[in-house]
Design a protein around this ligand. Sequence first.
Ligand code: FAQ
Length: 311
Amino acid sequence: EMDPHERAFQERIDAGQKIEPKEWMSEGYRKTLIRQISQHAHSEIVGQLPEGNWITRAPTLERKAILLAKVQDEAGHGLYLYCAAETLGVSRDEMYEQLHSGKAKYSSIFNYPTLTWADIGAIGWLVDGAAIMNQVPLQRCSYGPYARAMVRICKEESFHQRQGFDILMKMVKGTPAQKAMVQDSLNRWWWPSLMMFGPSDDASVHSAQSMAWKIKQNSNDELRQKFVDQTVPQAEYLGLTVPDPDLKWNEEKGGYDFAEPDWEEFFNVIAGNGPCNAERLDARRKAWDDGAWFRDGLTAHAEKAAGRRAA
Ligand code: FAQ
């Protein structure tokens, strides 16, 4: 028998009402949101690193300015999302501690290296493309602050996706070596991009409950299918080959059939053993340590100002 609070709460969700920070919510709902929103925030922050790696090497001043703006947007997304998570009663320091200790996850995709300039195009096209596919439905999430944060984030992600595609459009019209660089980049980023949607539905432990709470509106496999259907024609437009020999249009289902990603690789990456996990976490821990003097200064200043007010 369901607790009466819990029942009334579920009825509000079923009726499509938004849940706001000060309202009653079940502990499971709160915990799930803290987990998902904080991991989403961490992904935005760690997600700055692979692209940040190319800011000093962007091929033109214009590309450099655009890439700087994109990476800055990601910092902004991380900050809105940390704010949304804080409304659930977790502090920013706790969330950082969870990231730095390796307890909290962030998206698997950011544990792969950016080896060439084409990778910056591929991240915008595929990684932001997958992020949008996942985040558009989150604008209708039952938790108000998360849903509202998603509106602006999705607008910015759309610009990010177009800038990635534009980089690749330019490169595929370049020399054969440039075109080959783009194909190599697609070969390396295709499967990790499909893994961004999470494990297959039968292995997704949180999906059923998160869908009942309307935190998620679609299952992982549904969104992965939509992403493949949207992206394959774009690859064809670029003149590229998707690295999946099983990829085939299925007239009956009105979508593509495609192979399963390598789930062993996925679980290995989210367990901390991907190609760049250690490097990413070291970079974030170093940034935290290097900022200690500034946090100390701010605290000292606030204490002094409070002392003056009291006097
Ligand atoms: N990576 O039961 P489920 C971006 C974990 S976009 C790492 O299916 P759920 C923008 C999952 O946490 C990327 N871990 O879980 C950008 C759980 O482990 P836990 C960020 C993953 O939550 C673009 C376990 O596996 N976007 O940053 C992944 O129902 C370009 C079982 O999985 C979001 O976070 C993964 N790919 O569904 C920035 C979107 N998949 O927590 C820079 C919001 C699953 O129990 C450059 N999040 N896991 O230890 C979501 O929509 C969901 O959390 C899913 C996973 C769909 C990611």
